[in-house]
Design a protein around this ligand. Structure first.
Ligand code: CUA
Length: 318
């Protein structure tokens, strides 16, 4: 972002770290489109009048081959290069947008017909309202319990689909406190239009106060530890198990070699697949005995289990 340029600003507040640059991109593309559309329509009008039926205009072919080549390549190459500028610009933003900074505050998001469920790392839950601290990178780890939804906060200028069976990420740093609309931006059924709510940006101190009063017995990882026993995971992956199952301590973020020789990053999506599609990434050297939990564990519980597995330090036997 060039700080010397004046900021074009839509009527919406520029809430996120992307908003100002996004507005610039949008503004530049609009100007680009208007200029080209206007020029093309003026040319159409001019030639339509000039060569109308019965006009005395010269209709003999006066353009020589060489200038025709230059003409034809220029009207392909100039727009191509100009559009490439937008491609690189938007691509650069997309890269920044898809790489959440380390240490971002992670909030789990589950979309379902027709509400948004949010869960903070401490276990605090809320529906259709999301509280976040000011000035701190926030990473949303999103999924859906039924159909595809899409979380859109216009003031942030960002939007991301929540897709069943997958985790998608969205990260931002909010720059102003306040209350901002959030929406579902993917048609998802009867009550799609009312599937929305509020993003509330608070000062870090207010956010801590809110977390404390929102109250919870267990953190996400703590709730996950209880589920780890409830679903019987500890029977094979636990410390006292005699079953030959992979150790989960320190697993998160490492690279796992699968039975068919691939290398897979152990992220949220990987652990989710291990639980719901056990055959997909079976770890090399282990028998195919992991039960399939597809449809047996809710999205909310999967998020807690993953938070728990993620919290296990290297060498830990849960
Ligand atoms: Cu959910 Cu539209």
């Amino acid at each position: 972002m060039n700080p010397l340029l004046p900021q074009p600003r839509l009527a919406l507040p520029q809430l996120s770290n992307y908003a100002a640059e996004y507005d610039w991109l949008f503004f530049a593309m609009s100007v680009f489109s208007v200029v080209f559309v206007t020029a093309i329509f003026i040319a159409i009008l001019y030639f339509a009048i000039k060569y109308r039926a019965g006009s005395p205009a010269d209709r003999t072919d006066r353009i020589r081959f060489r200038s025709r080549v230059i003409l034809e390549s220029s009207w392909s190459l100039i727009p191509f290069v100009l559009l490439l500028v937008f491609f690189v610009w938007a691509g650069k933003m997309y890269v920044a947008w898809s790489m959440p900074p380390k240490g971002a505050l992670e909030i789990a998001v589950v979309g379902k017909q027709w509400m948004w469920k949010f869960q903070h790392p401490g276990g605090q839950r809320e529906i259709n309202t999301l509280h976040v601290p000011l000035g701190q990178p926030v990473k949303l780890v999103m999924t859906s319990q039924d159909v595809i939804h899409s979380l859109f906060v216009p003031a942030l200028r960002i939007k991301m689909d929540a897709i069943p069976g997958r985790y998608t990420n969205l990260w931002f740093t909010a720059k102003e406190t306040g209350k901002y609309h959030l929406h579902c931006a993917e048609y998802c059924g009867t009550d799609h239009s009312v599937m929305g709510g509020w993003l509330i940006v608070m000062t870090p101190a207010d956010y801590q106060t809110w977390l404390a009063q929102a109250g919870t017995d267990l953190s996400l990882a703590g709730a996950g530890a209880a589920l780890f026993r409830k679903y019987g995971c500890s029977g094979c992956h636990g410390a006292n198990s005699t079953v030959h199952a992979p150790s989960l301590g320190g697993l998160f973020g490492t690279t796992v070699r699968t039975e068919d020789g691939r290398e897979v990053l152990a992220d949220e999506g990987y652990i989710r697949d291990c639980i719901t599609v056990p055959g997909k990434n079976r770890v090399a050297g282990y028998p195919p005995i992991m039960p399939n939990f597809s449809g047996k564990i809710s999205e909310g519980d999967l998020i807690k289990l993953i938070a728990y597995i993620r919290s296990l330090p290297p060498g830990a036997r849960p």
